[in-house]
Each structure stands twice: as C-alpha cells, then as structure tokens.
Write a protein that binds this ligand. Sequence first.
Ligand SMILES: Cc1cc2nc3c(=O)[nH]c(=O)nc-3n(C[C@H](O)[C@H](O)[C@H](O)COP(=O)(O)OP(=O)(O)OC[C@H]3O[C@@H](n4cnc5c(N)ncnc54)[C@H](O)[C@@H]3O)c2cc1C
Length: 429
Amino acid sequence: MKRYDILVVGAGPAGLAAAQAAAASGRKVGIIDDNPQAGGQIWRGGPASQSDARARALWLSLQDAPNVEFLSQTRVLYAPAAQQLQVQTASSAITVHYERLILATGARERLLPFPGWTLPGVTGAGGLQALSKGGYPVAGKRVVVAGTGPLLLAVAATLRARGAQIIAIVEQAPLPALARFGAGLLATPSKAAQALQLARHLRGIPYWSDSYVRAALDTSGVAAAAPQLRAVRIQKGSSTITLECDYLACGYGLLPNVELAQALGAATHSRKGQTAVTIDSWQQTRISNVYCAGEGTGVGGVDLALVEGRIAGLAASGAVAETATLFHQRTRWRKFASRLEHTFALRPEILALAEDNTIVCRCEDVCHGELKTHSSWRSAKLHTRCGMGPCQGRICGGATELLYGWRPAAVRSPIVPARVASMIESAPD
Ligand SMILES: Cc1cc2nc3c(=O)[nH]c(=O)nc-3n(C[C@H](O)[C@H](O)[C@H](O)COP(=O)(O)OP(=O)(O)OC[C@H]3O[C@@H](n4cnc5c(N)ncnc54)[C@H](O)[C@@H]3O)c2cc1C
C-alpha cells in the first residue's frame, strides 16, 4: 500500500508538468505510468534523452525532488474505494491512496476500417513510430504514411531518421484547408518553426493532400505466400493509384483516454466522435479532488498538455492564485487545437470504405456486414461480441462511433487487461 498527497496518473508532458507544479508545494507526489520510462507518447524513450529542452528540464527537477516518487510499469486497473486506485506492477498489485488525483492519461490513435487494414504490415501511424522508437527495425523498408493530421509528418520524420524509405505521405484533408492552417501557424511561431523543421526533414517525400487509402492489398495471389501487405490503393483526387510498399502506417487522429475518468464518475462530453473529460477552469472534474489535464480533456498537442498539466498541479496543491497567469496561454493553445480539429475533420468517404467482409472489431473478428444490422453498441455487443475482446472496445469503439453513431456503453473495470492474480490480491476477504 502506498499513500500520496497528490497522485498523477500518466507521465507524459501533462503528467510531468502537473507533478512538477504540485511538488513545489512540498506535498508528497506520486506519478504512475504503465511504460518502463516516463515521457508519454511524444517523449517516448525517456524525457532525459529528448531534444526538447522542456522534457529534460522537467525530468531533472522531478528527479531531484525528494517528495516525488515515480512508479513505472505500473498500470491503474480500477478504483476499489474513494481515494484509492488498484494498480498492477510488473510483479504484483497494490492499492495506492491519494488525497488528490490528477489524470493525465493521454490519447490513443483512431484507427478506421478499410479493406485489408488487418493485414500484417498495416499499422497505426503512431503505432509504427512507437515500434521503431522501441527498436523495431524499419531501415530500408518502403513505408506509406497515411491518414490525417500533423502526426503523419512527425511519424514520417521519425521513420526516415531510422532509415525507412517513405514512399508518400497521404493526407485526407483538402489543400485549401491545409494552406489556411499553414498560414494560421504565424500566430504560433513555435509551431511554425517546428513545421519548417519537419519540412526540412521530409524534403523530397511526396505529400498528397485530398488523398486517402482505399485498400491495403496482400500477397494471397502468390503461391505459398502467407498474407502480407504488398501495396496500397490510394484515392488521390479523382485518380486511383497503387503504391507498392512493405508497411502502411495509417491513423486518423487521436482519441482521448477517458476510461479511468469515467470509471471514477467524472463527466465527459462528445464532439465529432471524440469523447473528452469535462473540466472547469482549474482542470477540476465534477469530482472535487479529481483533476484532468492533457489529451484526456481533448486532443490539443504537447503545448496545451504542458500548460494544462501545470494548472492542474498548482490547483491540486492549493496554489490556485498562481494558475491565473497561465489561463491566457491555455486559451491560445486551445485555439490552436480547434484549428487542428477544423482542418483535419474527416471526409465522409473515409467512413464508407468498409465492405461487408471488412473486419471492424479485430479482437473478436466481427465484420461490417454483421454490425450494420444493429441499432446500438449494446445490441452489437450482445449479438456479435463486438468490443468484448482484450481491447474492450478501445479500438473498434472509436470506429463504430463514427461509422454507426453508437456511443459505447459505460466503462467496466478493470479498465485495462489485468492479471487475474492482481484482482484476487485486492479482493476483500
Ligand atoms: C501513438 C502516438 C504517437 C504520438 N507521437 C507524437 C509525435 O511524434 N509528436 C507530437 O508532437 N505528438 C505526438 N503525439 C501526440 C502527443 O501524445 C501529445 O501531443 C502529447 O504528448 C500529449 O501529452 P499527454 O501528457 O496528454 O499524454 P501522453 O503523452 O499520451 O501520456 C499519457 C501517459 O499516461 C499513461 N497511461 C494511460 N492510462 C494509464 C493507466 N491506466 N495506468 C498507467 N498509465 C497510464 C500512458 O501510457 C502515457 O504514458 C502522439 C500521440 C500518440 C497517441
């Protein structure tokens, strides 16, 4: 059993900023993250090794703070009682008590079904980036990066730096919207500088706007070959183009991780297929001692995550007056977030790509043809097992919300797959 005055779940930019702000009060702060190293998605591999000076500075100050403890490879499973979280470590399970809780659980990729999307060789865009950052070899591999949003550029840059040959970046947003977004970057010089840097890293790679993947094609026509991605068929304006490749890294933006907040009873709201935690000006949820910061409150990028984390950390540690100076920054990055949402809004054709035999729920192998006859998530679950596999709807739930307009049912604990022993150890006698 462990006890903290302030407990932060998630050690990405939002969680680290929250922990640093909270630690300044002298209170005992705990940070939990399920990865071996802190840093979250953008600073994967550890904040100490990043080129972003903010990552290094945050980590340095947290490492030096005697009142901060980092629990890595520790995953929150559920809340057994008020002010308690049951967590699973690499080898055991413990109950963590807190006075105040800051949720900084980030986001995951939105994957949408199209013919062939379950073939070996097809991954999420951020998924292949994460794999390569973890050492998966991509050198010499031909990769098509597709989907939508600025993440595609970051992914292509990471993969190229690790020796991959990027065949094309395929962006579904139309060129006029992208041009407006580019011009709007002048309002945020740091983002404009980042965009120019990315453009330098990506020089020579074709960037196709107004384009999307229609299908991933396999080798099943080749004798004795196991199914494997061979090529992708792309709709580029009014033409259809086939590109041969080894990997297709395809993602349609991000979805906030809201399950823990929902399990604790925090309110959420939905917009355009994205459900986010509802917070007040101090990042507080409707539960008085639970705060939320970063992508969980809506996808907005690293700068918004950092300022939200800082506000949450200050508010949770009682330094409410100090938060006021940060509101202006938050408003600025929220405006940037809404420009992102507007520019990279999904075109309807992408939601009409699945054919009757296209798998939508890949844990339980449930196809579009079976699902489209149902009127709700609950009905689909009961009759087809959609969303009842290991991911518990975290992947297919994002797709079915957009494809069929279903809101996933209430979250069930444990919120992530857990060892049976972790549940037994925590059960009351
Ligand atoms: C796959 C992926 C790749 C990305 N790559 C880039 C990039 O290259 N460049 C860029 O600018 N932006 C990238 N982003 C966006 C980036 O994540 C955000 O801009 C920003 O980092 C969000 O910070 P955060 O602290 O809110 O969340 P995150 O950085 O996502 O951190 C959340 C942390 O909480 C942990 N967590 C969640 N639930 C639990 C739980 N139950 N128990 C324990 N720990 C938990 C997660 O493992 C994670 O480490 C990426 C996003 C994703 C999903």
